[in-house]
Design a protein around this ligand. Structure first.
Ligand code: ADP
Ligand code: ZN
Length: 214
């Protein structure tokens, strides 16, 4: 199954992708994670995208499409995948349909107030990538990853100013994809509010309904 997880920043795409990836045995491909890894390892790509990401702007389509194209060529992506954070523009969606067409797009709906709460409280383990929230998903030991003991940090683009830029980019460039995929009969919409387990059960029901319909 080839799935795209769509929704604004803070919709819970990363958390839900991790859960779905483990349970459905599909690779979780997050362009945000791939870009952050490139920045961390100071690759050529990383140098190009570092400032763009910190500001909350979108990386240019050509760089992003090349990155995903390369990733989808790995053997683990031949049977299916979960794309998280891609596509974010119509040009990216068109490129994906050419390279490897998607079976199902899951759109996570959340209100702006919840987005802000989630992003400002979000903490990330830079070592293993596990996601926490200061209020709703705190680590057992303050500031330390339960999974690997790494020191938790917040993302540079989770500052309020960058969040505003990201939300604007989402509204202007990514939200039109809801209609784009809807008109191709590839879209299901899910309420993204509530705890991860609850959202996951909504996701599961939507996938079952989708499979029965085909
Ligand atoms: P978010 O929490 O905003 O969903 P991501 O981890 O998916 O964050 O992405 C972080 C940043 O990486 C984005 O703000 C953007 O700068 C860059 N990025 C990720 N995916 C894309 C994409 N498909 N197109 C352009 N830029 C992207
Ligand atoms: Zn960790």
């Amino acid at each position: 199954m080839k799935m795209v997880f769509l929704g604004p920043p803070g919709a819970g795409k990363g958390t839900l992708s991790d859960m779905a990836s483990a349970r459905l045995n599909l690779p979780h491909i997050s362009t945000g994670d791939l870009f952050r890894a490139a920045v961390k390892h100071e690759t050529e790509l990383g140098k190009k995208v570092k400032d763009i990401i910190a500001l909350g702007q979108l990386v240019p389509d050509d760089l992003t499409i090349a990155l995903v194209r390369e990733r989808l060529n790995h053997g683990d992506a031949s049977k299916g995948w979960i794309l998280d954070g891609f596509p974010r523009t119509t040009a990216q969606a068109e490129a994906l349909q050419e390279v490897d067409p998607v079976d199902l797009v899951v759109d996570f709906e959340v209100q702006d107030s919840l987005i802000l709460f989630r992003l400002t409280g979000r903490r990330l383990c830079p070592q293993c990538g596990k996601i926490y929230h200061l209020v709703t998903m705190p680590p057992a030991k303050e500031g330390l990853c339960d999974h690997c003991g790494g020191s938790l940090s917040s993302r540079p683009d989770d500052r309020e100013e960058a969040i505003r830029v990201r939300l604007l980019a989402y509204r202007e460039q990514t939200e039109p994809l809801i209609a784009w995929y809807g008109s191709r009969d590839l879209l299901v919409t899910i309420d993204g509010s509530g705890a991860p387990d609850l959202v996951y059960s909504r996701f599961e029901s939507a996938v079952i309904r989708y499979r029965q319909d085909r």
